[in-house]
Design a protein around this ligand. Structure first.
Ligand SMILES: Cc1cc2nc3c(=O)[nH]c(=O)nc-3n(C[C@H](O)[C@H](O)[C@H](O)COP(=O)(O)O)c2cc1C
Length: 203
């Protein structure tokens, strides 16, 4: 069965450093035989969570917009690659707004207890975080990791790896980075093969 890979670009800057790095990852995944799709959050029509807590009773979000359609795609994918540049030491507003909208899945898991991912499901579903940052600080991505962990946990994906590149200000663009583009391509190939292997073992 074909491995499906969904790339979500959270950068408002089209074809910038982060989306370019995501593209390299998706190219690697495609070359390894996966069916890949890229969704650009900036092009979607969705709103921030209202905090109405209606989902705690129903398990559904009262706002039926593009965020819900995208969560359906997330839940159907074998691998998700979530990409965001670092904005003010964290992820972009576009991505945070989307992640918050997954609160109805949190409600299903922890309030209503109607959603459960088996260990086997989690092991065969991999999440990758892709990010770029301007500064050359080792800790520049630290603010983003907990939010990425939250969406992977909430949607049943094992946090497989990060593809991160800092110091973009000095490199003047991801294409001048010595290793990141190749690393992303290789990681795309690798993760598809790993998922394929896990599936073969369990069949
Ligand atoms: C609003 C805004 C805030 C930013 N904040 C940070 C930051 O806190 N730390 C950092 O290292 N870079 C920061 N940057 C730089 C971007 O992370 C960096 O240029 C990134 O590679 C941009 O990716 P993109 O081309 O996909 O937009 C910021 C850029 C913008 C536009």
């Amino acid at each position: 069965m074909t491995v499906t890979v969904l790339g979500i670009s959270g950068s408002p800057h089209r074809r910038g450093n982060t989306e370019t790095l995501l593209d390299s990852f998706l190219e690697g995944a495609k070359d390894a035989g996966a069916v890949v799709e890229k969704v650009v959050l900036k092009d979607l029509d969705y709103h921030a969570c209202r905090g109405c807590n209606a989902c705690h009773r129903t398990g559904e979000c009262v706002v039926q917009d593009d965020a819900i359609t995208l969560f359906d795609k997330v839940l159907a994918a074998d691998c998700i690659a979530i990409a965001s540049p670092i904005y003010t030491m964290g992820i972009t507003a576009e991505l945070k707004g989307f992640i918050d909208r997954g609160q109805y899945l949190w409600a299903r898991k922890f309030v209503l207890k109607t959603l459960f991912f088996t260990d086997e499901h989690i092991r065969s579903h991999k999440g990758i975080f892709i990010s770029t940052a301007g500064q050359n600080w080792d800790h520049v991505f630290d603010g983003a990791f907990p939010m990425i962990t939250a969406i992977f946990n909430g949607t049943g994906f094992e946090y497989y790896d990060n593809i991160i590149a800092n110091n973009m200000d000095e490199y003047r663009g991801i294409k001048n980075h010595p290793t990141a583009m190749k690393e992303a391509y290789n990681k795309g190939q690798e993760v598809v093969r790993v998922i394929g292997k896990i599936r073969n073992e369990s069949n």
